[in-house]
Design a protein around this ligand. Structure first.
Ligand code: FNR
Length: 372
């Protein structure tokens, strides 16, 4: 189908299913065990309903914001997803270019298929990029990588904390990871022991350090001045501990359902974190000091705005952009972001909010969220 026939982000998934090589589809789409969390991620948004306001002049609506102090045209960023070249020869470069064109932020993954410096070099002057970090068992490798990233102008470090071991992604495990895979570069770079017989995820992840602990946080704070954010927090207790440790924020995420099955969706956890951390530290969300991010299952601007109403600063989107470039390259991601732009404009008008500040908690009925 031509791009003009693609009307929403779900459409990209359906096309990708048809055109992507089986192995790449298996890696991108797979989730842990029975994939219950993966399904729940999106379905959780179905439990949140709008209480729109009327008769407000909505001629001009503006959904731009700041993420960790950096301008973003949308309360949305491109989250880190590994192995972009499994889906398209330009891999993550498609995302770098689309992020530049649309004024949004890309989080570069540790396990990008493109070289880290290639992705930084491809950025436009002033374009903001974040980095997702998998912590290596060899901390010297991690230290060098982090300090290099900071020197190259990366503005924030998102440390993934939900993957001390890879989840069982059985769709992916049934595939063999070939020596000639373009993604191989990455596996070698991090010097893991590569097991080729059980899918892409296992092949590339053996370097990740399961001993990572709260007591390592001061070490990260000593090696970099970048703001540190924990990616993969799933309850208010850990969000509170992150705040008390002096971190800049947390991503309420279950890794797109790819790690612990039966983790709750990020937006479900959001309601709980806003209430419990807010009460204990007299914080209201969003704020500039400690920012809450959510990812998983976001497929519409409508979803994004619900998370904003509940207190998120911004939301991460993963698979839809992978499916978009796997099917249509850069133009696919560009089109996905055009669709989201249209959706933001329409939804802002229909809920009666001229700016994100006007999207207050009273604008949603989230009483069906168990954690609310
Ligand atoms: C991911 N995700 C991820 N997260 C991370 O911290 N490091 C990584 O290398 C990856 N790699 C990765 C690959 C693929 C193919 C997917 C789908 C996801 C998780 C990602 O950052 C994010 O948490 C989810 O993708 C969000 O869910 P949606 O938007 O894909 O539903």
């Amino acid at each position: 189908p031509s791009l003009s026939e693609i009307l929403n982000l779900h459409d990209f998934e359906a096309i990708a299913r048809m055109v992507m090589p089986e192995k790449a589809w298996a890696y991108y789409s797979s989730a842990a065990e029975d994939e219950i969390t993966n399904r729940e991620n999106h379905v959780a948004y179905h439990r949140i309903w709008w209480r729109p306001r009327i008769l407000r002049d909505v001629t001009h609506v503006d959904w731009s914001t700041k993420i960790l102090g950096h301008a973003s045209k949308m309360p949305l960023y491109i989250t880190a997803t590994a192995l972009g070249k499994l889906g398209h020869p330009d891999g993550e470069l498609n995302l770098t270019k689309a992020a530049a064109k649309h004024g949004i932020i890309q989080m570069i993954p540790t396990l990008a298929s493109c070289a880290f410096d290639e992705l930084v070099d491809a950025a436009q002057p002033g374009q903001v990029q974040f980095l997702q970090l998998y912590v290596n068992q060899d901390r010297e490798i991690t230290k060098k990588f982090v300090q290099h990233a900071e020197k190259r102008g990366i503005k924030a470090l998102f440390i993934t904390v939900d993957a001390p071991q890879l989840g069982r992604r059985e769709k992916d495990m049934r595939q063999k990871f070939e020596a000639e895979d373009p993604a191989e570069v990455t596996a070698n770079k991090q010097e893991g022991k590569v097991d080729r017989m059980q899918g892409a995820a296992r092949a590339i992840s053996s370097f990740i350090d399961p001993s990572l602990d709260w007591k390592d946080i001061p070490w990260f704070q000593s090696i970099t001045k970048m703001p540190l954010i924990l990616k993969g927090v799933q309850c208010w207790e850990d969000a509170l501990q992150a705040y008390d440790a002096g971190l800049a924020g947390v991503v309420l995420s279950n890794h797109g359902g790819r790690q612990l099955d039966f983790s709750r969706s990020g937006v479900e956890v959001l309601a709980e974190v806003v209430r419990e951390v807010g009460a204990r530290r007299s914080l209201s969300f969003p704020n500039d000091k400690f920012q809450l991010f959510v990812d998983g299952g976001v497929r519409r601007a409508n979803d994004v705005l619900k998370a904003v109403a509940l207190g998120a600063t911004a939301v991460g989107v993963g698979r839809p952009f992978l499916y978009a470039f796997s099917s249509y390259g850069f133009e696919g991601v560009d089109h996905a972001l055009n669709i989201l732009t249209d959706e933001f404009e329409m939804n802002m008008r229909l809920i009666g909010a001229r700016s994100l500040k006007e999207i207050v908690p009273e604008m949603v009925d989230a009483s069906s969220l168990k954690s609310h």
